[in-house]
Design a protein around this ligand. Structure first.
Ligand code: PMV
Length: 334
């Protein structure tokens, strides 16, 4: 018998970043992180599970025109390992067929691994007929090796804190309806990044600044939690930018150094400073990539778009904002 399920899972943008792991294979983080789940940048996965079949698992990427292509080897390997993990968790024999589609450029610092592995986890467990709690799903998604996927199984504002030496799991700290924040994503580079976030985590502790970061984080986490609770962008914004710059400082000072920024990254950061001097408040954050996520209120969104699209280093902008989290779909990709 074959069972099929399709799930759309969003990406998320971290306000406090997961950077550095105790156990990289299982994504056991060194520090807690807080993110906002997005709504437009999503991965949709259809997973079919054929009971008892011994065919090898099959994974395909669906292009914009509906064409099917094999995924890049790095994703394929991790996805196959993850399907195996899910099968073992369910104690079932059989084979998976997966088709997955991203609504945004893959590997360009828009956390395609978060939405991709969240969608794969949710659709594969659903195809197996499992009913798992959100904590179990968050746990399972994290074990893919993409820690940020642990946060993408939930909507709104999400915190993922390690429990002692263990990984812990993500919990929602406020629903999307609590605070309508927008994320204007300035695309300064469409290409795949040169160094994966996995390598970034691996090298993080080699930076002389990594330990100092661990000492600063508890206070920063508290400010971000409170700013979300109070819907206070004036309190959140400066900490957002400080945190993102620190992630890149650690990357740039790792041994060997990792440099994600492009000229367009600096242009956007400079423009935002100028805008704030003119009284328009919007703040930047970046993941392990060159693109800049500009966090602002709905009122500031249009002027932010206008300012960013005028920059020579920005090829286009994607409009996103806080979202409700993953959802099941009736329509399958195959
Ligand atoms: O989920 P990973 O292993 O790709 O790591 C995510 C790293 C950052 O996106 C830079 C930060 C974060 O917390 O999302």
């Amino acid at each position: 018998m074959t069972n099929k399920a399709t799930v759309t899972a969003p990406s998320n943008i971290a306000f406090i970043k997961y950077w550095g792991a105790r156990d990289l294979a299982q994504a056991v983080p060194m520090n807690a992180s807080i993110s906002m789940t997005l709504t437009e940048c999503v991965s949709r996965s259809t997973v079919a599970f054929s009971d008892g079949s011994d065919r090898p698992d099959r994974i395909e990427l669906v292009g914009d025109d509906g064409s099917l292509t094999p995924p890049p080897p790095s994703f394929r390997e991790r996805a196959l390992a993850h399907l195996d993990r899910v099968r073992r968790w369910a104690r079932r024999d059989g084979s998976f067929h997966v088709a997955t589609r991203n609504s945004f450029p893959t590997g360009a610092g828009i956390a395609s691994s978060a939405s991709g592995f969240a969608a794969l986890t949710l659709a594969s467990t659903k195809a197996l007929g499992l009913t798992l709690s959100t904590s179990e799903l968050s746990d399972l998604a994290r074990m893919s090796g993409s820690g940020s996927a642990a946060r993408s199984v939930l909507g709104g504002y999400v915190e993922w804190s390690p429990a002692g030496e263990g990984a812990g799991h993500a919990v929602a700290i406020a629903p999307a309806s609590h605070w309508d924040l927008r994320d204007v994503i300035a695309l300064v580079d469409h290409g795949e990044k040169d160094v994966s976030s996995l390598d970034g985590h691996r090298l993080a502790a080699s930076s002389p600044h990594f330990e100092a970061r661990q000492r600063i984080l508890p206070e920063r986490l508290a400010i971000v939690r409170r700013a979300i609770e109070d819907r206070d962008l004036d309190a959140l914004g400066p900490v957002l930018e400080e945190e993102a710059i620190e992630l890149h400082l650690i990357a740039m000072s790792s041994k060997p150094p990792i440099f994600y920024w492009k000229p367009g990254t600096i242009q956007v950061l400079e423009r935002l400073r100028g805008m704030r001097r003119e009284g328009l408040f919007a703040w930047a954050t970046m993941d392990a990539g060159a693109n800049v996520h500009v966090i602002c209120t709905p009122q500031a969104e249009a002027p932010v778009i206008a300012a960013l699209t005028g920059l020579s280093g920005v090829s286009s902008v994607l409009l996103d904002g806080v979202g409700e989290g993953p959802r099941g779909e009736r329509e399958h990709l195959f």
